[in-house]
Ligand binder design. Structure first.
Ligand code: SAM
Length: 264
């Protein structure tokens, strides 16, 4: 019955009326969600910038998912979370993942290159060490400072030189044996981009382990795709790829765990 009414609505109301109504409804639900949520929530314009939708539901859902995935793999790979381990969220944005670490014994740090995001996140989570960083290494922490580093949807936008440079910086920042948990997009995710999912790009990804699409000057306009072999290509000399799980974050982005070698 519900489906029939929905189909009727779609057939009888033209899109130029349906879309504004749908957006109003979505905005109303978002306002309700904001009123019923605890803790600070970012403004819609900043959310739109970081996650491509202004809705707080998406922010909370993906943040919770990412926090769960990061904690799980760190623990599976032996990062002892009962100690006060030091963890960095590289490219922390609006603290979407970090916020779920509140009240956690782990020492949390985050960095991002965007001052609007850093200002908001720093104010929202004052017990965490959130710093503005540069588009090129080094980050403002000393060598071997961290036991773990995670990066959600960050290496998914870096070109070849940036992949190398940030793999080297992760090596500098982590203590020997420290872990990186990071998400990447693989052959499966490439299929989700109709403008990129052609035979030539797929072949490049499979043969080189890496494919990069420069879509514009904005960070989010660029897309980087890796196979597990591609991850080894950038991280391999410095890290052991201990696991690579296709769709391991959310069924779309892959999740890798890398361990810092003692010597390069
Ligand atoms: C797609 S967003 C993801 C943000 C966050 N990780 C999350 O899951 O909500 C990518 C973030 O990486 C940041 N970023 C891009 N290049 C960076 C760099 N070189 N160092 C640190 N952050 C960077 C962007 O400003 C942006 O906030």
């Amino acid at each position: 019955m519900h489906q029939t009414l929905k189909a009727l609505y779609h057939r009888s109301i033209p899109p130029e009326i349906r879309y504004p109504i749908g957006r109003l409804r979505r905005a109303g639900l978002d306002t309700l969600r904001r009123l019923s949520s605890s803790g600070p929530l970012p403004p819609r314009d900043l959310l739109q910038f970081v996650q491509m939708t202004p809705w707080v539901d998406e922010y909370l859902r993906v943040g919770k998912l990412s926090h769960g995935a990061v904690c799980r793999v760190f623990e599976e790979h032996g990062l002892d979370t009962t100690r006060e381990v030091r963890i960095l969220d590289f490219g922390c944005g609006l603290g979407r993942t970090l916020r779920f670490f509140r009240d956690d014994p782990r020492r949390l740090c985050g960095c991002d290159i965007d001052s609007r995001l850093v200002d908001w996140t720093r104010r929202a989570f004052p017990t965490m060490d959130i710093r503005l960083s540069s588009t090129a290494p080094p980050l403002p922490w000393e060598a071997s400072h961290f036991d773990g580093l995670f990066a959600i949807s960050v290496f998914t936008h870096f070109d070849v030189d940036q992949q190398r440079a940030w793999a080297e910086e992760a090596y500098r920042l982590l203590a020997p044996g420290g872990l990186v948990a990071m998400t990447t997009m693989g052959p499966h995710a490439l299929g989700g981009f109709p403008n990129l999912a052609n035979d030539a790009n797929r072949r490049e990804l499979l043969e080189n382990g890496f494919f990069f699409h420069r879509g514009g000057s904005a960070f989010n306009a660029n897309g980087a795709f890796h196979t597990a072999e591609g991850i080894r290509r950038f991280f391999g000399p410095l890290f052991e790829l201990e696991s690579w799980t296709e769709g391991g974050l959310d069924g779309f982005q892959d999740l890798s765990v890398l361990r810092r070698r003692s010597e390069p």
